[in-house]
Design a protein around this ligand. Structure first.
Ligand code: GYE
Length: 339
């Protein structure tokens, strides 16, 4: 190769190397593909129902309503594939507290509890909070500050009491004597159903007298026992019974019949819940009205639990939809009742 030509080629190679270097110069940062942020890669995947582990501290099996709620909680866990730790406290708060502590030790994702009474929950709820486990109150409230529970799923018990009062007032034509069968002493629905009913009676029906009000503990046996005593004390004076749940009303109906009287005719029967047994009694002409309180809370419970387990927030009060049912449509309604 001649000298000139050689230098020309050298120059050419030099220029090519230079331009290649220019091409491979990194483009400005803005044009570059953004690298995936490290935090996103490390974020845990969203939980599904199949990942969810839930503890449920149930009260017991005092009523048809409670059994229906338990069935709903268990059946919905099965359907969704949720792992459920279920505990039955046999009506004792100390057993519910023990169950909650064991759920905390097992590090479940969420704890559901139907508090048997309203008070006495601060310590154990604070323990759950410290462990980072949300508490959902199912069907009964607890008297604790808002930071100690995530949500209450259930009914407006004061409104149920008011509805029962208006039904009773109408059926008695605005005058007469009634007795009241209260739920478990200190239980949310017993306190609120009494308040709703008694306040509404005082405001709307001055000629209706509540002769006496006593607890029947939400059970049929206790309802019957207390009604027997009322019938002895107030022989011939009682025109109506207001029972805080259907089971106590069913017990009272038995007591009334055994005393030789006709329930729903001689003595008006108004109660709360809407279980099958009271529809059968209404269809047979032995009870007048039931104010519905929905126990089928399983679906709403697990939906809230999953949201909470994924760090989301839920409504502080998730209300259930309810109606009022009367004796004249009971036979028709009965086949549609699912609890
Ligand atoms: O009405 C009653 C039960 O907590 C709302 O408890 C529930 C009540 C229900 O035993 O029948």
């Amino acid at each position: 190769m001649k000298g000139v030509t050689k230098s020309f080629y050298l120059l050419l190679v030099f220029v090519m190397v230079l331009s290649l270097a220019a091409c491979s110069t990194p483009a400005p940062a803005a044009a570059e593909e953004p690298a995936a942020p490290a935090a996103e890669e490390a974020a845990p995947a969203e939980k599904t129902y199949q990942d969810l582990v839930v503890g449920f501290a149930q009260i017991g099996a005092e009523s048809g309503w409670r059994t229906a709620e338990t069935d709903s909680i268990k059946a919905e866990a099965e359907t969704l594939g949720v792992k459920l730790q279920f505990s039955d406290a046999q009506q004792k708060q100390e057993n519910q507290i023990k169950a909650i502590r064991s759920f905390i030790a097992q590090q479940v994702d969420v704890i559901g509890v139907a508090p048997v009474v309203e008070t006495g929950w601060e310590t154990v709820f604070a323990e759950a909070k410290d462990a980072g486990i949300p508490i959902i109150l199912v069907d009964r409230r607890a008297d604790v500050s808002d930071d100690l529970f995530a949500s209450f799923i259930g009914s407006d018990f004061v409104l149920e009491g008011e509805n029962a009062c208006m039904e009773m007032g109408e059926l008695l034509g605005g005058a007469g004597n009634i007795v009241e069968l209260e739920g478990t002493v200190g239980a949310g629905p017993a306190i609120d159903r009494k308040k709703g009913f008694d306040d509404c009676m005082a405001a709307n029906y001055p000629d209706i007298t509540i002769l006496e009000s006593q607890t029947g503990d939400f059970t049929r046996a206790k309802g019957k026992e207390v009604m027997e005593a009322f019938l002895k004390t107030y022989t011939g004076e009682i025109n109506g019974v207001y029972a805080h749940n259907d089971d106590m009303a069913l017990g009272a109906i038995q007591a009334i019949e055994e005393a030789g009287l006709k329930p729903a005719e001689d003595i008006i029967i108004v109660s709360i819940d809407g279980v099958k047994g009271i529809f059968e009694a209404m269809a047979a002409g032995k009870a007048n009205v039931t104010v519905e309180c929905n126990p089928l809370l399983g679906p709403q419970f697990y939906e809230a639990a999953l949201t909470l387990a994924n760090g989301g927030s839920v409504e502080k009060w998730i209300k259930s939809n309810e109606g009022i049912f009367r004796a004249d449509t009971a036979a028709e309604d009965l086949p549609t009742r699912t609890y």
